[in-house]
Design a protein around this ligand. Structure first.
Ligand code: S3P
Length: 448
Protein backbone atom coordinates (compact mmCIF):
# COMPACT_ATOMS: atom_id res chain seq x y z
CA UNK A 1 0.00 0.00 0.00
CA UNK A 2 1.21 3.52 -0.72
CA UNK A 3 2.02 5.05 2.71
CA UNK A 4 1.20 8.53 1.38
CA UNK A 5 -2.42 7.38 1.02
CA UNK A 6 -2.71 6.36 4.68
CA UNK A 7 -4.96 8.38 6.96
CA UNK A 8 -3.54 8.15 10.49
CA UNK A 9 -5.48 9.21 13.58
CA UNK A 10 -4.58 9.79 17.22
CA UNK A 11 -6.77 9.31 20.29
CA UNK A 12 -5.86 10.97 23.59
CA UNK A 13 -7.09 11.03 27.16
CA UNK A 14 -9.60 13.78 27.93
CA UNK A 15 -12.77 14.30 29.94
CA UNK A 16 -15.52 11.74 30.56
CA UNK A 17 -17.64 10.41 27.69
CA UNK A 18 -21.28 11.42 28.00
CA UNK A 19 -24.32 11.09 25.77
CA UNK A 20 -26.80 8.93 23.96
CA UNK A 21 -25.99 7.34 20.60
CA UNK A 22 -27.30 4.76 18.16
CA UNK A 23 -24.65 2.80 16.32
CA UNK A 24 -25.30 1.75 12.70
CA UNK A 25 -27.27 -1.33 11.61
CA UNK A 26 -25.99 -4.84 12.14
CA UNK A 27 -23.50 -5.91 9.50
CA UNK A 28 -24.40 -9.62 9.55
CA UNK A 29 -28.11 -8.94 9.17
CA UNK A 30 -27.53 -6.29 6.48
CA UNK A 31 -25.61 -8.69 4.22
CA UNK A 32 -28.18 -11.45 4.71
CA UNK A 33 -31.18 -9.18 4.19
CA UNK A 34 -29.77 -7.98 0.84
CA UNK A 35 -28.94 -11.47 -0.39
CA UNK A 36 -32.23 -13.05 0.69
CA UNK A 37 -34.31 -10.15 -0.62
CA UNK A 38 -32.52 -10.64 -3.97
CA UNK A 39 -33.68 -14.30 -3.89
CA UNK A 40 -37.38 -13.50 -3.46
CA UNK A 41 -39.79 -12.62 -6.26
CA UNK A 42 -41.08 -9.06 -5.76
CA UNK A 43 -40.06 -6.01 -3.74
CA UNK A 44 -38.62 -6.12 -0.23
CA UNK A 45 -37.78 -3.06 1.85
CA UNK A 46 -34.80 -2.84 4.18
CA UNK A 47 -34.70 -0.09 6.80
CA UNK A 48 -31.71 0.70 9.01
CA UNK A 49 -29.34 -1.10 6.64
CA UNK A 50 -25.66 -0.62 7.47
CA UNK A 51 -24.28 1.64 4.76
CA UNK A 52 -20.67 0.62 5.33
CA UNK A 53 -18.41 -0.35 2.44
CA UNK A 54 -18.72 -4.09 3.14
CA UNK A 55 -22.50 -4.05 2.81
CA UNK A 56 -22.48 -1.64 -0.14
CA UNK A 57 -20.29 -4.17 -1.98
CA UNK A 58 -22.87 -6.88 -1.32
CA UNK A 59 -25.60 -4.55 -2.62
CA UNK A 60 -23.57 -3.98 -5.82
CA UNK A 61 -23.04 -7.72 -6.19
CA UNK A 62 -26.78 -8.40 -5.92
CA UNK A 63 -27.36 -5.81 -8.61
CA UNK A 64 -24.72 -7.40 -10.83
CA UNK A 65 -26.53 -10.73 -10.34
CA UNK A 66 -29.77 -9.26 -11.70
CA UNK A 67 -31.67 -7.91 -8.68
CA UNK A 68 -32.85 -4.30 -8.75
CA UNK A 69 -31.34 -2.47 -5.77
CA UNK A 70 -32.35 1.11 -4.98
CA UNK A 71 -31.91 3.41 -2.00
CA UNK A 72 -34.82 5.82 -1.54
CA UNK A 73 -34.33 9.38 -0.28
CA UNK A 74 -35.62 8.33 3.18
CA UNK A 75 -32.76 5.83 3.51
CA UNK A 76 -34.94 2.74 2.97
CA UNK A 77 -33.54 0.24 0.48
CA UNK A 78 -35.89 -1.34 -2.09
CA UNK A 79 -34.84 -4.69 -3.52
CA UNK A 80 -36.62 -6.39 -6.43
CA UNK A 81 -35.52 -10.00 -6.26
CA UNK A 82 -35.10 -12.52 -9.04
CA UNK A 83 -36.24 -15.63 -7.13
CA UNK A 84 -34.38 -18.69 -5.81
CA UNK A 85 -32.04 -19.97 -8.54
CA UNK A 86 -32.77 -16.89 -10.66
CA UNK A 87 -29.47 -14.98 -10.57
CA UNK A 88 -28.15 -13.78 -13.94
CA UNK A 89 -24.54 -14.31 -14.95
CA UNK A 90 -22.61 -11.19 -13.95
CA UNK A 91 -20.75 -9.35 -16.70
CA UNK A 92 -17.68 -8.63 -14.55
CA UNK A 93 -15.97 -10.08 -11.45
CA UNK A 94 -17.85 -9.42 -8.20
CA UNK A 95 -15.63 -7.34 -5.90
CA UNK A 96 -16.34 -7.78 -2.19
CA UNK A 97 -13.61 -5.41 -1.02
CA UNK A 98 -12.70 -6.24 2.59
CA UNK A 99 -15.72 -8.41 3.39
CA UNK A 100 -15.44 -12.13 4.14
CA UNK A 101 -19.11 -12.30 5.06
CA UNK A 102 -20.43 -10.72 1.86
CA UNK A 103 -18.14 -12.85 -0.28
CA UNK A 104 -18.69 -16.22 1.41
CA UNK A 105 -22.46 -15.77 1.60
CA UNK A 106 -22.68 -14.71 -2.04
CA UNK A 107 -20.54 -17.71 -3.06
CA UNK A 108 -23.15 -19.91 -1.35
CA UNK A 109 -26.07 -18.13 -3.03
CA UNK A 110 -24.44 -18.38 -6.48
CA UNK A 111 -23.50 -22.07 -5.95
CA UNK A 112 -27.17 -23.00 -6.32
CA UNK A 113 -27.64 -21.19 -9.66
CA UNK A 114 -26.63 -22.33 -13.17
CA UNK A 115 -24.28 -19.38 -13.74
CA UNK A 116 -20.55 -18.73 -13.59
CA UNK A 117 -19.20 -15.87 -11.48
CA UNK A 118 -15.79 -14.62 -10.41
CA UNK A 119 -15.31 -13.44 -6.82
CA UNK A 120 -12.57 -11.06 -5.74
CA UNK A 121 -11.61 -8.70 -2.95
CA UNK A 122 -8.85 -6.52 -1.51
CA UNK A 123 -5.45 -7.78 -0.31
CA UNK A 124 -6.86 -8.70 3.11
CA UNK A 125 -9.76 -10.71 1.63
CA UNK A 126 -7.45 -12.34 -0.94
CA UNK A 127 -5.42 -13.74 1.96
CA UNK A 128 -8.41 -15.41 3.66
CA UNK A 129 -9.40 -19.07 3.28
CA UNK A 130 -12.31 -19.85 0.98
CA UNK A 131 -11.84 -23.65 0.88
CA UNK A 132 -14.01 -23.97 3.96
CA UNK A 133 -17.06 -22.87 1.94
CA UNK A 134 -16.01 -24.42 -1.37
CA UNK A 135 -15.74 -27.96 0.09
CA UNK A 136 -19.45 -28.36 0.97
CA UNK A 137 -20.58 -26.37 -2.09
CA UNK A 138 -18.68 -28.76 -4.39
CA UNK A 139 -20.52 -31.63 -2.69
CA UNK A 140 -23.75 -29.84 -3.67
CA UNK A 141 -22.67 -29.76 -7.32
CA UNK A 142 -20.88 -26.41 -7.75
CA UNK A 143 -17.50 -26.44 -9.55
CA UNK A 144 -14.50 -24.24 -8.93
CA UNK A 145 -13.13 -23.36 -12.35
CA UNK A 146 -10.27 -21.17 -11.15
CA UNK A 147 -8.83 -20.22 -7.79
CA UNK A 148 -5.69 -18.64 -6.39
CA UNK A 149 -3.24 -20.82 -4.45
CA UNK A 150 -4.71 -22.47 -1.37
CA UNK A 151 -8.34 -21.92 -2.41
CA UNK A 152 -8.15 -18.14 -2.21
CA UNK A 153 -9.56 -15.24 -4.21
CA UNK A 154 -9.84 -14.44 -7.02
CA UNK A 155 -11.89 -17.54 -7.77
CA UNK A 156 -14.39 -18.50 -10.44
CA UNK A 157 -17.34 -20.67 -9.49
CA UNK A 158 -19.76 -22.48 -11.74
CA UNK A 159 -23.00 -22.92 -9.85
CA UNK A 160 -24.90 -26.21 -9.94
CA UNK A 161 -27.66 -26.59 -12.54
CA UNK A 162 -29.24 -29.23 -10.30
CA UNK A 163 -27.95 -28.57 -6.78
CA UNK A 164 -28.06 -31.52 -4.41
CA UNK A 165 -29.05 -31.22 -0.78
CA UNK A 166 -26.42 -32.38 1.71
CA UNK A 167 -26.03 -33.07 5.39
CA UNK A 168 -22.93 -31.19 6.45
CA UNK A 169 -21.13 -31.36 9.75
CA UNK A 170 -19.26 -28.08 9.94
CA UNK A 171 -15.57 -28.57 10.83
CA UNK A 172 -15.22 -24.95 12.05
CA UNK A 173 -17.56 -22.82 14.16
CA UNK A 174 -18.43 -20.37 11.37
CA UNK A 175 -21.76 -18.70 10.70
CA UNK A 176 -20.45 -17.74 7.26
CA UNK A 177 -19.87 -21.38 6.37
CA UNK A 178 -23.25 -22.46 7.75
CA UNK A 179 -24.95 -19.65 5.84
CA UNK A 180 -23.19 -20.43 2.54
CA UNK A 181 -24.46 -24.03 2.69
CA UNK A 182 -28.00 -22.95 3.63
CA UNK A 183 -28.12 -20.31 0.87
CA UNK A 184 -27.07 -22.92 -1.70
CA UNK A 185 -29.60 -25.30 -0.14
CA UNK A 186 -32.44 -22.91 -0.98
CA UNK A 187 -32.13 -24.02 -4.62
CA UNK A 188 -31.76 -27.74 -3.84
CA UNK A 189 -34.74 -30.09 -3.57
CA UNK A 190 -35.38 -31.76 -0.20
CA UNK A 191 -33.60 -31.07 3.06
CA UNK A 192 -30.23 -29.38 3.47
CA UNK A 193 -28.81 -29.96 6.95
CA UNK A 194 -25.96 -28.24 8.75
CA UNK A 195 -24.69 -29.59 12.05
CA UNK A 196 -22.58 -27.31 14.20
CA UNK A 197 -20.72 -28.39 17.34
CA UNK A 198 -20.91 -24.86 18.80
CA UNK A 199 -23.86 -22.63 17.95
CA UNK A 200 -22.97 -19.61 15.81
CA UNK A 201 -25.05 -16.50 15.03
CA UNK A 202 -28.44 -17.57 13.67
CA UNK A 203 -29.43 -14.54 11.58
CA UNK A 204 -29.57 -16.58 8.35
CA UNK A 205 -32.02 -19.03 9.89
CA UNK A 206 -34.17 -16.24 11.35
CA UNK A 207 -34.22 -14.22 8.15
CA UNK A 208 -34.91 -17.23 5.95
CA UNK A 209 -38.00 -17.87 8.08
CA UNK A 210 -38.90 -14.18 7.84
CA UNK A 211 -38.82 -14.48 4.03
CA UNK A 212 -41.02 -17.61 4.15
CA UNK A 213 -38.62 -20.59 4.15
CA UNK A 214 -39.03 -23.55 6.52
CA UNK A 215 -36.00 -23.90 8.77
CA UNK A 216 -35.76 -25.82 12.02
CA UNK A 217 -32.98 -25.75 14.56
CA UNK A 218 -32.66 -28.43 17.25
CA UNK A 219 -30.06 -29.09 19.93
CA UNK A 220 -27.31 -31.48 18.86
CA UNK A 221 -24.63 -33.06 21.05
CA UNK A 222 -23.33 -31.21 24.10
CA UNK A 223 -23.74 -27.58 22.92
CA UNK A 224 -24.43 -27.89 19.20
CA UNK A 225 -27.31 -27.50 16.78
CA UNK A 226 -28.78 -29.33 13.85
CA UNK A 227 -30.29 -26.94 11.32
CA UNK A 228 -32.60 -28.29 8.63
CA UNK A 229 -33.80 -26.24 5.65
CA UNK A 230 -36.61 -27.38 3.33
CA UNK A 231 -35.31 -26.59 -0.15
CA UNK A 232 -36.92 -24.77 -3.06
CA UNK A 233 -39.28 -22.53 -1.08
CA UNK A 234 -41.16 -19.67 -2.72
CA UNK A 235 -39.44 -16.87 -0.84
CA UNK A 236 -41.85 -14.00 -0.15
CA UNK A 237 -40.70 -10.38 -0.24
CA UNK A 238 -40.68 -8.85 3.23
CA UNK A 239 -39.88 -5.75 5.24
CA UNK A 240 -36.73 -5.94 7.35
CA UNK A 241 -35.77 -3.47 10.06
CA UNK A 242 -32.07 -3.91 10.80
CA UNK A 243 -31.25 -3.44 14.51
CA UNK A 244 -28.11 -1.68 15.80
CA UNK A 245 -24.95 -3.80 15.61
CA UNK A 246 -23.71 -5.10 18.98
CA UNK A 247 -20.23 -5.56 17.48
CA UNK A 248 -20.12 -1.82 16.69
CA UNK A 249 -21.71 -0.87 20.03
CA UNK A 250 -18.76 -2.68 21.64
CA UNK A 251 -16.42 0.27 20.91
CA UNK A 252 -18.27 3.15 22.63
CA UNK A 253 -19.28 0.65 25.32
CA UNK A 254 -15.72 -0.32 26.26
CA UNK A 255 -14.65 3.31 25.92
CA UNK A 256 -17.27 4.32 28.51
CA UNK A 257 -16.05 1.56 30.85
CA UNK A 258 -12.41 2.68 30.79
CA UNK A 259 -12.67 6.50 30.63
CA UNK A 260 -13.21 7.78 34.21
CA UNK A 261 -16.55 9.46 34.91
CA UNK A 262 -18.24 8.29 31.68
CA UNK A 263 -21.91 7.51 31.23
CA UNK A 264 -23.16 6.54 27.78
CA UNK A 265 -26.49 5.21 26.59
CA UNK A 266 -26.43 2.99 23.50
CA UNK A 267 -29.83 2.88 21.90
CA UNK A 268 -31.63 -0.23 20.63
CA UNK A 269 -28.64 -2.57 20.50
CA UNK A 270 -29.42 -6.08 19.28
CA UNK A 271 -29.17 -8.55 22.18
CA UNK A 272 -29.42 -11.84 20.28
CA UNK A 273 -27.77 -14.27 22.78
CA UNK A 274 -25.51 -15.63 20.04
CA UNK A 275 -23.92 -12.17 19.80
CA UNK A 276 -23.66 -11.00 23.39
CA UNK A 277 -20.63 -12.93 24.70
CA UNK A 278 -18.77 -9.63 25.17
CA UNK A 279 -21.49 -8.19 27.41
CA UNK A 280 -21.46 -11.38 29.54
CA UNK A 281 -17.68 -11.27 29.84
CA UNK A 282 -17.53 -7.57 30.70
CA UNK A 283 -20.17 -8.06 33.38
CA UNK A 284 -18.06 -10.86 34.87
CA UNK A 285 -15.19 -8.36 34.91
CA UNK A 286 -17.32 -5.97 36.96
CA UNK A 287 -18.70 -3.74 34.20
CA UNK A 288 -21.80 -1.76 34.93
CA UNK A 289 -23.97 -2.41 31.84
CA UNK A 290 -27.64 -1.90 32.50
CA UNK A 291 -30.39 -2.97 30.10
CA UNK A 292 -32.92 -0.16 30.16
CA UNK A 293 -35.65 -1.06 27.79
CA UNK A 294 -36.12 -4.29 25.92
CA UNK A 295 -38.27 -4.71 22.86
CA UNK A 296 -38.60 -6.77 19.71
CA UNK A 297 -37.35 -5.11 16.54
CA UNK A 298 -37.95 -7.07 13.32
CA UNK A 299 -37.63 -10.50 14.92
CA UNK A 300 -34.56 -9.63 17.03
CA UNK A 301 -34.52 -8.50 20.66
CA UNK A 302 -33.01 -5.08 21.21
CA UNK A 303 -32.33 -3.06 24.34
CA UNK A 304 -31.02 0.36 25.32
CA UNK A 305 -27.79 -0.12 27.28
CA UNK A 306 -26.59 2.30 29.97
CA UNK A 307 -22.85 1.94 30.52
CA UNK A 308 -20.86 3.72 33.22
CA UNK A 309 -17.14 3.84 34.02
CA UNK A 310 -16.35 0.71 36.03
CA UNK A 311 -13.36 -0.76 37.84
CA UNK A 312 -12.64 -4.03 36.03
CA UNK A 313 -10.94 -7.25 37.11
CA UNK A 314 -9.33 -9.97 35.00
CA UNK A 315 -11.30 -13.13 34.18
CA UNK A 316 -11.00 -16.37 32.25
CA UNK A 317 -13.12 -16.41 29.07
CA UNK A 318 -14.18 -19.99 28.19
CA UNK A 319 -13.56 -21.27 24.62
CA UNK A 320 -17.21 -22.18 24.03
CA UNK A 321 -18.12 -18.51 24.31
CA UNK A 322 -15.94 -17.59 21.31
CA UNK A 323 -18.63 -17.81 18.57
CA UNK A 324 -20.85 -15.38 20.52
CA UNK A 325 -18.09 -12.75 20.66
CA UNK A 326 -15.75 -13.68 17.83
CA UNK A 327 -15.40 -10.09 16.57
CA UNK A 328 -15.03 -8.58 20.03
CA UNK A 329 -11.72 -10.00 21.32
CA UNK A 330 -9.72 -7.00 20.14
CA UNK A 331 -11.77 -4.55 22.14
CA UNK A 332 -11.98 -7.01 25.03
CA UNK A 333 -8.17 -6.92 24.95
CA UNK A 334 -8.43 -3.17 25.59
CA UNK A 335 -10.81 -3.70 28.54
CA UNK A 336 -8.49 -6.43 29.87
CA UNK A 337 -5.51 -4.03 29.68
CA UNK A 338 -7.34 -1.62 32.03
CA UNK A 339 -8.48 -4.43 34.37
CA UNK A 340 -6.82 -5.39 37.63
CA UNK A 341 -5.19 -8.81 37.20
CA UNK A 342 -4.89 -11.27 34.33
CA UNK A 343 -7.46 -12.08 31.65
CA UNK A 344 -7.12 -15.37 29.80
CA UNK A 345 -9.15 -15.67 26.58
CA UNK A 346 -9.27 -19.31 25.50
CA UNK A 347 -9.84 -21.01 22.16
CA UNK A 348 -9.17 -18.14 19.72
CA UNK A 349 -7.98 -20.15 16.70
CA UNK A 350 -10.54 -18.57 14.37
CA UNK A 351 -9.12 -15.10 15.10
CA UNK A 352 -6.15 -16.00 12.93
CA UNK A 353 -8.27 -15.97 9.74
CA UNK A 354 -10.18 -12.71 10.14
CA UNK A 355 -9.52 -9.42 8.29
CA UNK A 356 -6.02 -9.80 9.80
CA UNK A 357 -4.45 -12.36 12.15
CA UNK A 358 -6.29 -10.83 15.09
CA UNK A 359 -4.59 -13.00 17.69
CA UNK A 360 -1.19 -11.55 16.77
CA UNK A 361 -2.66 -8.11 16.07
CA UNK A 362 -4.30 -7.83 19.52
CA UNK A 363 -1.06 -8.84 21.19
CA UNK A 364 0.92 -6.35 19.09
CA UNK A 365 -1.59 -3.51 19.72
CA UNK A 366 -1.31 -4.01 23.48
CA UNK A 367 2.46 -4.56 23.60
CA UNK A 368 3.34 -1.37 21.72
CA UNK A 369 1.29 0.47 24.35
CA UNK A 370 3.07 -1.02 27.34
CA UNK A 371 0.81 -3.96 28.21
CA UNK A 372 2.30 -7.42 28.86
CA UNK A 373 0.67 -10.10 26.71
CA UNK A 374 1.32 -13.75 25.95
CA UNK A 375 -0.03 -16.08 23.31
CA UNK A 376 -0.13 -19.72 24.44
CA UNK A 377 -1.43 -21.97 21.68
CA UNK A 378 -4.85 -20.50 20.83
CA UNK A 379 -5.11 -18.55 24.10
CA UNK A 380 -4.43 -14.87 24.65
CA UNK A 381 -3.29 -13.79 28.09
CA UNK A 382 -3.39 -10.10 29.00
CA UNK A 383 -1.77 -8.84 32.21
CA UNK A 384 -4.00 -5.94 33.15
CA UNK A 385 -2.55 -2.64 34.40
CA UNK A 386 -5.66 -1.47 36.25
CA UNK A 387 -7.06 2.07 36.10
CA UNK A 388 -5.48 5.17 37.62
CA UNK A 389 -1.76 5.98 38.04
CA UNK A 390 0.61 3.41 36.52
CA UNK A 391 -2.09 2.15 34.18
CA UNK A 392 -1.71 1.59 30.43
CA UNK A 393 1.21 3.71 29.17
CA UNK A 394 -0.02 4.16 25.59
CA UNK A 395 2.23 6.22 23.33
CA UNK A 396 2.39 3.47 20.68
CA UNK A 397 1.64 3.50 16.99
CA UNK A 398 -0.65 0.64 16.06
CA UNK A 399 -0.52 -0.99 12.63
CA UNK A 400 -4.09 -1.60 11.52
CA UNK A 401 -3.37 -4.29 8.88
CA UNK A 402 -6.45 -3.31 6.78
CA UNK A 403 -8.60 -4.28 9.77
CA UNK A 404 -11.38 -1.93 10.92
CA UNK A 405 -11.67 -3.48 14.36
CA UNK A 406 -7.95 -3.03 15.14
CA UNK A 407 -8.31 0.64 14.21
CA UNK A 408 -11.33 1.26 16.45
CA UNK A 409 -9.97 -0.80 19.38
CA UNK A 410 -6.66 1.07 19.37
CA UNK A 411 -8.45 4.43 19.34
CA UNK A 412 -10.58 3.33 22.31
CA UNK A 413 -7.39 2.44 24.17
CA UNK A 414 -5.95 5.87 23.45
CA UNK A 415 -8.93 7.56 25.14
CA UNK A 416 -7.88 6.19 28.54
CA UNK A 417 -4.13 5.51 28.23
CA UNK A 418 -1.58 7.87 29.82
CA UNK A 419 -0.15 8.86 26.43
CA UNK A 420 -1.92 9.21 23.06
CA UNK A 421 -2.32 6.16 20.84
CA UNK A 422 -1.88 6.59 17.11
CA UNK A 423 -3.13 4.33 14.34
CA UNK A 424 -1.38 4.21 10.99
CA UNK A 425 -4.60 4.17 8.96
CA UNK A 426 -8.25 4.87 9.72
CA UNK A 427 -9.62 4.18 6.22
CA UNK A 428 -10.96 0.68 6.96
CA UNK A 429 -13.24 1.89 9.77
CA UNK A 430 -15.71 2.77 7.00
CA UNK A 431 -16.12 -0.91 6.11
CA UNK A 432 -18.31 -1.51 9.19
CA UNK A 433 -18.79 1.73 11.14
CA UNK A 434 -19.12 4.84 8.99
CA UNK A 435 -19.28 7.86 11.28
CA UNK A 436 -17.38 6.16 14.13
CA UNK A 437 -14.95 9.02 14.74
CA UNK A 438 -17.68 11.68 14.59
CA UNK A 439 -19.88 9.66 16.97
CA UNK A 440 -17.04 9.26 19.47
CA UNK A 441 -16.18 12.96 19.23
CA UNK A 442 -19.87 13.72 19.90
CA UNK A 443 -19.50 11.78 23.18
CA UNK A 444 -16.49 13.94 24.06
CA UNK A 445 -13.65 11.79 22.76
CA UNK A 446 -10.44 13.51 21.64
CA UNK A 447 -9.58 11.92 18.32
CA UNK A 448 -7.77 13.83 15.59
C1 S3P B 1 -20.11 -13.29 10.49
C2 S3P B 1 -19.54 -14.38 11.07
C3 S3P B 1 -18.22 -14.35 11.73
C4 S3P B 1 -17.76 -12.93 12.01
C5 S3P B 1 -18.02 -11.99 10.87
C6 S3P B 1 -19.48 -11.96 10.54
C7 S3P B 1 -21.39 -13.46 9.81
O1 S3P B 1 -17.29 -14.97 10.86
O2 S3P B 1 -16.39 -12.92 12.34
O3 S3P B 1 -17.59 -10.69 11.15
O4 S3P B 1 -22.07 -12.46 9.54
O5 S3P B 1 -21.76 -14.61 9.55
P1 S3P B 1 -17.12 -16.58 10.83
O6 S3P B 1 -18.42 -17.15 10.46
O7 S3P B 1 -16.07 -16.88 9.81
O8 S3P B 1 -16.68 -16.93 12.22
Amino acid sequence: MNPAALTPLTARRGGPLKGRVRVPGDKSISHRALILAAMTVGESTLAGLLEGEDVLNTAKAMQALGAKVERAADGVWHIHGVGVGGFAQPAAPLDFGNSGTGCRLAIGAVAGCPITATFDGDASLRSRPMRRVLDPLEKMGARVLEQAKGGRLPLTLQGAADPMPIEYESPVPSAQLKSAVLLAGLAAPGETTVIEAEPTRDHTERLMKHFGAKVTSKPHGEHGRRIVLQGQPELEPAKVVVPADPSSAAFPLVAALVVPGSEVILEAVMTNPLRTGLFTTLREMGANIEMLEKCDDGGEEVADLRVTFSPLKGVEVPPERAPAMIDEYLVLGVAAAFAQGTTRMRGLKELRVKESDRLEATAEMLRVNGVAVEIEGDDLIVHGKGQGPGSVAGGGEVKTHMDHRIAMSALVMGLAAENPVRIDDSAFIATSFPGFVEMMRGLGAEID
